[in-house]
Design a protein around this ligand. Structure first.
Ligand SMILES: Cc1ncc(COP(=O)(O)O)c(C=O)c1O
Length: 389
């Protein structure tokens, strides 16, 4: 058993999550539940492999080697029932960087790119900063559960959308999309001949049902890019690495050529080493991490029901990020963020960044030791008692 209860002190390290001060006048930092990395020490065998790699004293430009692809293929086969061919894989730097590049390459400037909102906010930046028109397609929300409105989606497709930027499992609403939902999405993308860019970096944190990758739908293969990474799964976002899976080999060649034309290089080979070790030895660690996060989600729901009952907790199926409707405070998300930080010393994610309809929501990162989680919830409850009760 790995010890996920262990509180790893990250203060004084270079952690962006833990160094957060914002401009609220804190002296000792904030207890952080915002940016999406966890506080879990990564799998020891991965760290061992990285240390071993350091025995060789040079870190020049590097290419991934065969067994890295084998390990990625094995993981997806074994854990997600999807056989990705090795020549579909492009091992690359960070996901968001690749999303930017792919959008620029695939959709002419001014073209429409759709995202189901609320959604991970760099999608908006990637669409708009690369000169495209963002088409926000708000999800339906019934009983704190978000679903795609397919009629609205199809109307937008009829209006000339060229690509869909999808998130599965979904950050921040915590959905693990069902096979049926994905089938409908794929059918419509095929019907209107649009690219489907599927960010699946939270794949390994599907908590309540099995995650289905869009890789299981060959009918969209011509226009599909799947983004995967060890970053969220094994808490290694700082290695700035990913693996794109592109079943259309011609499209994959174009993506690689486009990346290289920008004089971009992949990550350092420490990242390749980490990927190989993670996807080879990481099963047990991943299972335990996922179970721990599920228990954290349950504990959070219980605590909120008992102590902050007017907060509406979105039904949580996956990711280590919970989506809380805190409109009972009668404050904007920005104000809630400020008060939580200034008066209570806690940092949550400002939900309004994730879409127009998300005002009053906050994103709560539960990827931490239970003790830290409970401390954070107590501080949140203190604010609730003053502002809501
Ligand atoms: C859905 C999603 N995609 C991408 C990323 C970031 O990926 P990268 O750091 O590789 O750009 C995150 C990080 O929170 C995320 O939640």
């Amino acid at each position: 058993m790995y010890d996920f209860d262990k509180v790893v002190d990250r203060r004084g390290t270079s952690s962006i999550k833990w160094n957060v001060q914002w401009d609220f006048g804190q002296k000792d930092g904030l207890l952080p539940f915002w940016i999406a990395d966890t506080d879990f020490a990564s799998e020891p065998k991965i760290l061992e492999a990285m240390k071993k790699r350091c025995d060789h004293p040079i870190f020049g430009y590097a290419d991934p080697w065969d067994s890295v692809y084998d390990a990625i293929q094995g993981w997806w086969d074994r854990r997600h029932g999807f056989h990705a061919e090795k020549d579909w894989m492009f091992i690359s730097s960070g996901v968001v960087t690749n999303i930017y590049f792919n959008m620029q390459m695939l959709v002419p400037k001014g073209g429409k790119i759709l995202a189901f909102t609320p959604v991970y906010d760099p999608f908006f930046a990637a669409i708009e900063n690369s000169g495209h028109e963002l088409v926000a397609c708000p999800m339906d929300r019934v009983d704190n559960y978000f679903t795609i409105n397919y009629e609205r989606f199809e109307d937008e497709l009829k209006n000339g959308v060229k690509a869909v930027m999808f998130c599965n499992p979904h950050n921040p609403v915590g959905r693990v999309w069902t096979e049926e939902e994905l089938r409908k999405l794929v059918e419509l993308c095929v019907k209107y001949d649009v690219y489907l860019l599927s960010d699946e970096v939270h794949a390994d944190y599907a908590l309540t049902r099995n995650y289905t990758t869009l890789g299981k739908f060959p009918e969209i293969y011509d226009k599909l890019i799947i983004y995967t990474a060890i970053s969220k799964s094994f808490n290694m976002a700082g290695l700035v690495s990913s693996c794109l899976i592109i079943p259309n080999v011609e499209l994959k060649k174009q993506v690689v050529a486009d990346f290289e034309s920008r004089w971009m290089f992949g990550p350092c080979d420490l990242a390749f080493t980490a990927m190989e070790a993670a996807y080879t030895y990481g099963d047990t660690w991943m299972d335990e991490a996922r179970a721990y996060v599920k228990a954290n989600a349950d504990a959070t729901e219980k605590f909120i029901a008992e102590r902050m009952p007017k907060i509406q907790v979105t039904k949580h199926e996956g990711t280590f990020l919970m989506w809380l409707d805190m409109n009972c405070y009668g404050l904007t998300s920005e104000k809630i963020t400020e008060v939580l930080a200034k008066e209570y010393g806690v940092a949550l994610g400002d939900g309004s960044h994730y879409g127009k309809e998300a005002e009053g929501f906050m994103r709560f990162n539960i990827g931490c030791a239970r003790e830290t989680l409970m401390k954070g919830l107590e501080l949140m409850a203190a604010m609730y008692d003053k502002y809501v009760k």
